[in-house]
Design a protein around this ligand. Structure first.
Ligand code: 5GP
Ligand code: ZN
Length: 113
C-alpha cells in the first residue's frame, strides 16, 4: 500500500520539514490556506480520526503537543491558531493518513466552509 504521508515520514518523498521526532513529523502544506499552514502526522499509518482508539489515542495527543511547539516556533501562538483534522468525504479528507492542520497568521472564520 502506498501512502504519500508515509513516504514523507520515512524520507522517500521530499517535503519542507519543520519538526520531527520518533513519533511525529511536521511539514509545510504544499497548497497553503493561511500564511502558516503546517501538517503534523504520526510516523505510524493511522487512516483518519475514525481510526483513533484507546490504544493509539496517545499519539494524537502528541500531535497536538507538537502543534503547540510549532505554533511557538512560527510565532502564531500569541494571536492564536486553528487545528483541523478532517475525516472522510464530508469532512474534506483527501489524504488518508491522519494529519493535524495547523493554520495561523490570519483570522479564521466560523463556521468553517
Ligand atoms: P486533507 O484534505 O486530507 O485534510 O488534507 C490534505 C492536505 O495535504 C492538503 O491540504 C494538501 O494540500 C496537502 N498535501 C497533499 N499532498 C501533499 C504533498 O505531497 N506534500 C505536501 N507538503 N502537502 C500535501
Ligand atoms: Zn500513511
Amino acid at each position: 500500500m502506498s501512502c504519500i504521508f508515509c513516504e514523507i515520514a520515512n524520507g522517500e518523498r521530499a517535503a519542507d520539514l519543520v519538526y520531527e521526532d520518533e513519533i511525529a513529523v511536521a511539514f509545510r502544506d504544499i497548497n497553503p490556506q493561511a500564511p502558516t499552514h503546517i501538517l503534523v502526522i504520526p510516523r505510524e499509518h493511522i487512516a483518519g480520526p475514525l481510526s483513533v482508539d484507546a490504544d493509539n489515542a496517545p499519539i494524537i495527543g502528541h500531535l497536538v503537543a507538537v502543534a503547540a511547539k510549532i505554533a511557538q516556533q512560527e510565532g502564531i501562538a500569541p494571536d492564536g491558531y486553528r487545528l483541523v483534522i478532517n475525516q472522510g468525504r464530508d469532512g474534506g479528507q483527501s489524504v488518508f493518513h491522519i494529519h493535524v492542520h495547523v493554520l495561523g497568521g490570519r483570522r479564521m472564520s466560523w463556521p468553517p466552509g
